[in-house]
Design a protein around this ligand. Structure first.
Ligand code: ATP
Ligand code: MG
Length: 470
């Protein structure tokens, strides 16, 4: 009875000391280290190197992942931020000496038919006599391009293309691969469709009748025209890529110029960035497997996942296809979304698959969430009643500080519960260090400007509001 009361003997297990230092265990003050790559590779704590972060807006999800990225970079894991909508990561990646690629309406192009470095890598693999790897690299590049065209069509039409259209696209892309010199763009794909080569006509099932072919491909042609002529999704995807992504540096795609109301373009750009990013990782992995380049480890960051998923029926499948890697070795994945309700608001057939993202993640990190979320969350991750209450308490609104006349920090800011399978969660408070604060201000737009006090304010009166402005 007495011993239980002695600090810290009543506490069960310690916390893992492998990985990026995150902060302090909320109840014991012990240091908590965690990141998906170290926990998978060095500590064998999780079954795959991925983390799914959930929590209400503004509680510090991006900040937590930024820490994992910065710490991981120090251990040699290159962070790849495939689509930064805020921008939350640009300052950090720039500070790490990485590559910042800007995309948006009228800012930069990302050609979704560009196989990136896959062609070059395939050539190197051929010269090295690595035929299997070469085949895989080319097959992956082909599949990625096909998935991306289908994804853009899905976003444009709010429903996936039909089976027949998928086969037509597949055949047309193969024709492009074989007969086109240089890197094709969407306009070239449209031209193949119009030229109606025999391979494409065969899968279109036009039965030798050109009029029938035209009828069958009319919708597809219309969609491709919209994509190439600056339709709803603009011209971002229809021109040659301006800045190719590097494989040996941290990278961020800055897509923050896209307006939040431009839902479709946001989703399309996110997908295009993921496709380019995962394609690059695959190439790097294949070259490393063949012993042609040193093995690099990447932490791929997909923030604001819900924005891509809400863009239309069938998007979950596209995300799943794009984010799947041939060889998972050395690649950590961090996915961030708000709540399970975002995932469950999807169309019936997508819902279960979206839940699978959470279920399959090596670790789930949950921040403040409303109590109504708990039944949905517990169906994907086991949470005890105490853990559920803890999460619910972190979403309480901040208290009003009557002395300073403003709100205090939200109680749940920076607090997370790290869950691995059925193990008890580790509650942690993310502690920011001084050097981090400079690259950490995601509320920049809301900071008061340094306005000089009005002459009548009485500079020496000691008014708190004067100090606030200063
Ligand atoms: N551990 C922390 N200590 C102090 N400030 C923090 C901490 N975590 C986050 N913040 C601050 O809280 C604000 C919001 O953080 P952040 O952008 O990471 O939240 P988020 O959960 O990603 O939000 P959203 O869902 O809107 O993307 C930022 O200004 C950040 O600097
Ligand atoms: Mg965020």
């Amino acid at each position: 009875m007495q011993v239980c009361g002695l600090w810290p003997f009543a506490v069960g297990t310690g916390t893992p000391m492998v990985g990026v230092p995150i902060g302090l265990q909320l109840f014991t003050g012990a240091t908590v280290c965690a990141d998906p790559i170290s926990w998978f590779q060095d500590a064998n704590l999780i079954s795959n190197p991925s983390v799914f972060v959930l929590g209400l807006p503004g509680l510090g999800k991006s900040t937590l992942i930024r820490r994992m990225a910065a710490g991981g970079a120090g251990m040699g894991n290159l962070p790849l931020v495939l689509g930064d909508l805020k921008p939350d990561y640009v300052d950090l990646i720039a500070a790490l000496g990485g590559q910042v690629i800007t995309l948006g309406r009228g800012r930069g192009h990302l050609n979704i038919l560009d196989p990136g470095e896959a062609t070059q890598a395939a050539e190197r693999l051929r010269l090295a006599g690595k035929e299997t790897e070469r085949q895989q690299v080319l097959a992956d590049a082909h599949a990625r391009r096909h998935t991306m065209v289908s994804a853009l069509l899905t976003i444009l039409r709010k429903q996936p293309p039909t089976d027949r259209e998928e086969s037509i696209l597949d055949a047309a892309l193969k024709v492009l691969d074989e007969h086109h010199n240089g890197v094709p763009v969407l306009g070239d794909l449209l031209q193949v469709l119009r030229d109606a080569p025999p391979e494409v006509r065969a899968v279109a099932l036009d039965r030798g009748d050109r009029t029938r072919y035209n009828q069958i491909t009319e919708d597809l042609e219309a969609s491709l025209i919209s994509l190439t002529s600056g339709g709803r999704l603009g011209e971002t995807f229809a021109h040659p890529t301006d800045v190719p992504m590097m494989r040996d540096r941290p990278v961020v795609y800055d897509v923050s110029s896209i307006d939040d109301t431009d839902v479709d373009l946001q989703a399309a750009i996110l997908l295009a960035c993921w496709s380019a990013g995962f394609g690059t990782v695959n190439v790097a992995n294949a070259l490393a497997d063949a012993g042609l380049e040193p093995r690099r480890h990447y932490l791929v960051i997909l923030d604001e996942l819900w924005r891509a998923l809400r863009a239309g029926r069938g998007m979950v499948d596209r995300v799943d296809a794009l984010t799947r890697l041939n060889r998972q070795r050395g690649v950590g994945l961090a996915m961030i979304s708000h709540t399970m309700s975002d995932l469950l608001a999807l169309a019936e057939e997508d819902r279960m698959k979206a839940k699978g993202f959470v279920e399959r993640a090596g670790m789930v990190v949950a921040g403040g969430l409303p109590a109504a979320e708990m039944p949905m969350l517990t169906s994907a991750v086991a949470l005890s009643r105490a853990e559920q209450e803890l999460l619910a308490s972190w979403q309480d609104p901040p208290a009003w500080d009557p002395v300073a006349g403003r709100e205090t920090e939200p109680p749940g800011r920076g607090k997370f519960l790290i869950k691995v399978g059925g193990h008890p969660g580790i509650p942690v408070k993310v502690e920011l260090v001084q050097r981090e604060l400079a690259v950490n201000d995601t509320n920049k737009a809301w900071r008061p400007m340094a306005v000089p006090p009005l002459p009548t304010a009485g500079a020496a009166s000691g008014s708190t509001s004067g100090e606030d402005v200063a």
